[in-house]
Design a binder for this molecule. Structure first.
Ligand SMILES: Cc1ncc(COP(=O)(O)O)c(C=O)c1O
Length: 393
């Protein structure tokens, strides 16, 4: 049943985690709490589903596979809805506080009390789709202007979704990292405010806020589970999602926290390369991966600070697993629920199935009958055209 998965070429680095306090210091308990209180007060907030894929787990000889489905998040299709919009709101609050010489409350911005001042501020970011959609949505809700930069391979469907939310979208002739560079230059030249999900030297506050926003998922998960899972398989682009989950779950579960396994496409494995080198390492993106949200060659230094202490394993998966994993999510085993999972959502899910189907990885990763594996289904069908094409067989 899992033939493609059993024969998939996977690379694995086991990294002995470092003993440190990055899980508390990079995103503090207060950062997570403030983000949770703010985001859960927004209109349309609802926890996303957490499914137990018991029949799939049984077929793989595992105790449980627990799938957090971020497809329904705020009607935007991915977990990124939690990050960019929230970080954008805090950028507006800080800038207005500085301009007006008083503390401006984000609630009052949302309520429209500073409408004219907000309308004069432009928020900008690079994106491969989902982060930009979140920022565009936030800017539209709060009344700010929004500029979004995409790279040459972002699908037109994803670009249009951001235009539909009022953003001006500029396509850069280069990869994701080139679009980040262009944003930095144009923001300086135009007085725009960068709301990035990745950090760089001297630029850490919005990416920290983005990760704090992602922490909403960790709270929702801990509220639904009595006991910690044994593993979390979580996909990495720049590492923000994985770092937020690792820190948030560790703050809650302490030493009982699940073993953190970071999964990347082999075509964009910058966190894997960093783990192998034992230091932050960039990789060049040659061919673009189908997993568009994970196509990043440069880790976020802030995220890496957490992952080098909290992640025990780094895996890469080949492109050949994307469509089979999406189909398995959509047309599940036995009576498991059917899940509409996008190309970037299934990296962790695909890696669990493949690792559990390969004797050496199964052993190295401790995937036995006691294993309860949490995976983060980080997006739904965010580009329906691509989704439908990949689901066809
Ligand atoms: C659907 C999806 N999953 C995972 C990721 C990876 O998140 P990060 O770049 O924070 O590692 C992204 C990033 O855009 C994404 O869109």
């Amino acid at each position: 049943m899992f033939t493609e998965f059993a024969k998939a070429g996977m690379a694995h680095v086991h990294a002995a985690p470092l003993n440190g306090d990055a899980h508390l210091s990079v995103i503090s308990r207060d950062d997570f709490t403030e983000a949770y209180d703010e985001i859960t007060s927004w209109q349309g907030y609802a926890p996303t589903p957490l499914y137990h894929l018991s029949d799939l787990a049984g077929a793989l000889g595992l105790q449980d596979i627990i799938y957090k489905d971020e497809g329904p998040r705020f009607g935007l299709g991915s977990f990124k809805a939690l990050g960019g919009a929230y970080a954008g709101l805090l950028v507006l609050a800080r800038e207005l506080s500085a301009r007006l010489g008083k503390d401006v409350d984000p609630n009052d911005i949302r309520a429209g009390l500073y409408r004219d001042d907000v309308a004069r501020i432009t928020l900008v970011s690079a994106t491969d789709g989902n982060h930009g959609r979140s920022l565009a949505w936030g800017a539209q809700n709060f009344g700010a202007a929004c500029q979004i930069y995409i790279h040459r391979d972002v699908s037109e469907g994803r670009a249009q979704a951001m235009r539909d939310l009022g953003a001006e979208v500029t396509r850069v002739d280069g990869d994701y990292d080139a679009s980040v560079d262009q944003v930095r230059r144009d923001a300086d030249a135009n007085g725009w405010f960068v709301v990035s999900d990745t950090s760089w030297e001297g630029y850490t506050q919005p990416p920290r806020d983005v990760m704090a926003g992602y922490g909403v998922m960790a709270v929702e998960i801990t509220e639904k589970l009595d006991k910690p899972p044994t593993h979390i398989f979580v996909q990495g682009g720049v590492g923000g999602l994985a770092a937020a989950m690792a820190a948030g779950l560790r703050q809650y579960w302490g030493k009982e926290t699940p073993r953190v396994v970071v999964v990347e496409p082999e075509l964009a494995a910058c966190l894997f390369a960093s783990a192998r080198q034992g230091a932050l390492t960039n990789v060049a993106i040659g061919e673009e991966t189908l997993m568009a949200g994970l196509s990043c060659g440069e880790p976020s230094p802030l995220a890496w600070k957490v992952l080098r202490e909290e992640a025990q394993d780094f895996l890469t998966i080949p492109e050949s697993l994307v469509a089979p994993a999406m189909r398995l999510a959509g047309r599940p085993v036995g009576s498991d629920p059917s899940i509409r999972a996008g190309e970037s959502a299934i990296a962790g899910f695909a890696a669990v199935i493949a690792a559990a189907s390969q004797a050496k990885l199964r052993e190295d990763l401790g995937l036995g009958p006691q294993a309860k594996v949490l995976v983060i289904g980080s997006e739904g069908a965010t580009d329906p055209e691509i989704y439908n094409r990949l689901m066809e067989i």
